[in-house]
Design a protein around this ligand. Sequence first.
Ligand code: 6PG
Length: 482
Amino acid sequence: MAQADIGLIGLAVMGQNLVLNMADHGFSVAVYNRSRDKTDEFLAGEAANKSIIATYSLEELVNSLQTPRKVMLMVKAGEVVDAFIEQLVPLLSPGDIIIDGGNSLYTDSTRRTAELKEKGLLFIGTGVSGGEEGARHGPSIMPGGNPEAWHAVKPIFQSIAAKAGNDPCCDWVGDAGAGHYVKMVHNGIEYGDMQLISEAYQLMREGLGLSADECHAVFAEWNKGVLDSYLIEITADILTFKDEDGEPLIDKILDAAGQKGTGKWTGISSLEMGIPLTLITESVYARCLSALKDERIAAAKIYPHKPNTMTANKAVMLQAIHDALYASKIISYTQGYMLMREAAKNFGWQLNFGGIALMWRGGCIIRSTFLGEIKRAFDEQPGLLNLLQDSFFEHAIKQAEANWRKALIFAIEQGIPTPALSSALAFFDGYRCANGSANMLQAQRDYFGAHTYERIDAPRGHRFHTDWIQSGGNVSSTSYEV
Ligand code: 6PG
């Protein structure tokens, strides 16, 4: 009997929690999992006595849904998504909707939207953030794809999403792969935030000699101010957690980071778009470097860490590290928004930048009070070109600047790696520099390759070539930009 509001395929942790969340909000959900046991276990356990219907084949799942049918995939990104879509297509009717809620590559979502449209089916590729807890009690949801599908899915998604005040942390992002693109940038920013916090932690621990408990107290305090965020909160929690022997568990965890690829995709996209997303990309590289554990151990023997030469007043330096973290976070979000702006231009998406900040304001891993300021900035100036042009962020950066430099001088003196904090300052110094060093680059390019240059005393676009060694001809190479 066709009775369920939505069907969900894939009962791993995110899938199960989303189903429970939907059921709690009054929606009936038909579920299907490749292994039957998981479905039975779920129905006998947490799903018992809720409006959740077990199905044991895709036919049964599809037949249990009200039209237009909505089938949500919560399966591994990549080929598995395509395999399920292939099996679902013959079972569905025109106007039915397939939703992919995994961390899929946005180009796959763009392709799937077009392929399914040709078959008369509607596709939504949506980012879902917040982990297990978010999925159960209110995730941030970032849907994109075929806009004709949105009105049918909107009541379900906006009910189960986290709320920022009364606003749901879910709204239509844009056509085709826009939802997954924005989720990808979210994850890139997540990488950046995590790396910044980790660098601040190492400065405290190694540079200032603070214990894990002392670091906990600092992060707990920071979580009451401008840095108030989920990631600072869990960092404070992690630092108090003791292993079975009573020692901080953090000290027993191997310093080799994993990654599933969304940060890397963000970096790749930034290179493709020509946007200097330096902080996030450095954060990806920091994970890559961390993973070279054995090589690092060998290198540490060749280049032992020299004793500290700089003594610091702890309170003063903690404030400097705080300010460096805050300023760098502003830079990271600035770069993330620069990338989304360029992507919107390239792909013809109408991205609502304030709306994206609102979607990230609650439920997701990067949720923070800070995002409220980004929302405000775009509400006040919808055409805002760059966050650094907003007066709140201008003031914040100016206030933090001296301490930002102080913290980095300390890090360099101590030999403590700070790729994200440092790249943020390098970007800032480059961005606010009216006259940089690229005149030298252009001269070099013209010298060895006749690549031509523009002059400060001629209109933009007029290209010049000089015969630097008075032996070449006047022929310049073709000029093109990537
Ligand atoms: C979220 C997270 C989630 C996941 C990342 C982890 O928004 O809920 O971003 O998607 O935690 O994929 O990515 P890494 O394994 O690459 O750190």
